[in-house]
Design a protein around this ligand. Sequence first.
Ligand SMILES: O=C(O)CCC(=O)C(=O)O
Length: 292
Amino acid sequence: MNHSAVTERDIETYERDGVACIRGAFSKEWLDLLAQGVEKDIAKPGPLHTVQQGEGDVGFFLTDFCMSQRLPEFRRFICESPAGSIAGALMRSERVNFFYDAIWVKGTGTPKRTRWHQDQPYYSVDGEHMCIFWLPLDPVSKDVSLELIRGSHKWGRWFQPELTRSGKDLYPENTAFERMPDIQAERAKHDIASFDMQPGDIIAFHGMVVHGAPGNPNQQHRRRALSTIWLGDDATYAERPGPVRPLFEGHGLKPGDAMDNAYFPRVWPSAAGAAAAKGPRFADNSSFRVSI
Ligand SMILES: O=C(O)CCC(=O)C(=O)O
């Protein structure tokens, strides 16, 4: 079943390039709700937030993870918006489970880039069915918008995840994870996708796509973006050679288990799935634990 915002052409683009920009995927009601949530989070960031600019750096660059754990605005978006059905259509998956949510806020006059990386190596998840939505809440022109290397999800290469602020490696050296090439220095060698976007548009990308983002040095307004990570039929729990980010605890999964329980709840397609989404991750007296 396809969500009406997603065409067969979008799905083919997503499969071929690992990247599809879907225009007008979310209505103003959803964007207003998310903007309320983001403002609450900026005013009082959660335990997993990081101020990403270094000491003495100019600008403002804030990230936070798992806001849906604390703030009902994000929870509603995850459980009730068309997001799950869009992810299901793009992944051609029978079901969609929610993994987590993150914000990336860059104030005006912020030069710091988000370094080039793949998302999946940070996570305890194997499989093809990982789709990330990048949803800006402010208009973004190409020079501040997410940049993604088309086709890089098919390179068969896993790059060492680095921490955004410090650049430190997540895993020990001499593992199967390669050092990320200096993509900035070799941009001309790659087919880099980026899009002028309005609120409501999303970039959907595969978990293995190499991507990064410019700072926000010149735009006269902030660049607030929400990332949500969605999993499908073939996503399984995996161990990595070091502490993944974010590090979820208490989910009860073993390597090889489907990422499909009340902790990583099904949000699509069924009403039963939405009910499951009220499981331990989202209960008010949640036993949910996570650290970065
Ligand atoms: O918005 C950004 O600066 C980067 C977002 C990103 O890298 C992600 O969602 O994985």
